[in-house]
Design a protein around this ligand. Structure first.
Ligand code: PSU
Ligand code: MN
Length: 301
């Protein structure tokens, strides 16, 4: 059911490092054409480190692992791309639609393809007010099912960061801060929440991956990589904008899968693109680390 592009297929067969990339960030997280441009640059960063990039998306109902340049352009420019989490996979494939995969569905497809490292921007999590809305991203439960290490810049404070960390603990997910003792908050290096574990090198992270899965502990690992200092928007500056976006979402009655894309677009609008610049920088920074982890992990085999 999954189409591996030939380069990814060969790399996986030869035990070479491969890094999966999600596509919701391209179609629902950034505007065109910066989204396609960023996706290409991210792939180039991964190649520079000696790994093969595999962007995951659904085109005309086909689950693709590794996209050509034309496919990337189609995904980034088309208005007709569905945001596809786990529950949407059978619909989008049966109806032969285009779909962009979230962290949850990208993890599952990467796992099925045998890819152990996946780079994204920010994770979904427990939304603020989840005690009444029940809005908890399927990204979190996916960490119990797919054996993939996910590199993110932490979670945005559009979410309840404390509850998200509690939920990850309940689900048995190792959460590792890369070179930090403070869990990062996407635009901001510091959230005020301590990270449960800290590691400072890609090879140490690769080692933890090997031990987790050798122990028979199935599921994912979350690596939280702070945004580079020069690209950071400190919490004191971004938080009022996030509050504004959250209250507009509430006023408009935005619900379900539309919540996260609405908030992302709103924050970018309010900051006149400054948040977009930071978003791009942190994804590239995550790609660099993810490729280094994939290279280190391939050496252990
Ligand atoms: N958080 C971000 N940027 C993103 C997303 C989350 O800071 O682009 C995307 C990811 O694809 C994530 C999805 O998997 O939103 C989560 O959506 P939901 O909250 O509807 O589960
Ligand atoms: Mn949700």
């Amino acid at each position: 059911m999954i189409t591996l592009n030939p380069e990814v297929h060969e790399a996986l067969q030869n035990g070479q490092p491969v890094v999966a990339l999600e596509s919701t960030i391209i179609s629902h997280g950034m505007p065109y054409p910066q989204n396609v441009q960023t996706a290409r640059e991210v792939e180039a960063i991964i190649r520079d480190q000696g790994a093969i990039p595999a962007t995951i998306a659904i085109l005309n109902g086909d689950i693709k692992v590794g996209l050509s340049d034309e496919e990337l352009e189609l995904l980034g420019s088309s208005k007709d791309v569905m945001k596809v989490s786990i529950r949407d996979l059978p619909f989008v494939t049966a109806m032969k639609r285009h779909g962009a995969t979230t962290v949850a569905s990208t993890m599952r497809i990467a796992h099925q393809a045998g890819i152990r490292v996946f780079v994204t921007g920010g994770l979904g999590g427990v939304h603020r007010g989840a005690e009444t809305t029940f809005d908890v991203s399927a990204d979190l439960t996916e960490f119990t099912l797919s054996d993939v290490t996910v590199i993110s810049a932490g979670v945005k404070s559009i979410l309840d960061i404390g509850l998200t960390l509690e939920k990850l603990e309940t689900l048995g997910v190792p959460v590792i801060g890369y070179g930090t003792s403070d869990f990062p908050a996407f635009y901001s290096r510091i959230s005020g929440f301590k990270v449960p574990l800290q590691l400072d090198s890609p090879s140490d992270i690769a080692n933890v991956m090997k031990h987790k899965w050798d122990l028979g502990l199935t599921g994912g690992i979350s690596v939280a990589n702070p945004i580079p200092l020069e690209d950071e928007i400190p919490a004191s500056r971004i938080d009022p904008h996030i509050e504004q976006a959250l209250s507009e979402a509430a006023e408009k009655g935005i619900k379900g899968k539309d919540v996260t894309p609405f908030l992302l677009a709103k924050i970018s609008e309010i900051t006149s693109g400054q948040s977009l610049k930071s978003n791009i920088a942190l994804v590239k920074n995550n790609a660099l680390l993810g490729a280094q982890i994939a290279v280190a992990y391939a050496k252990l085999h």
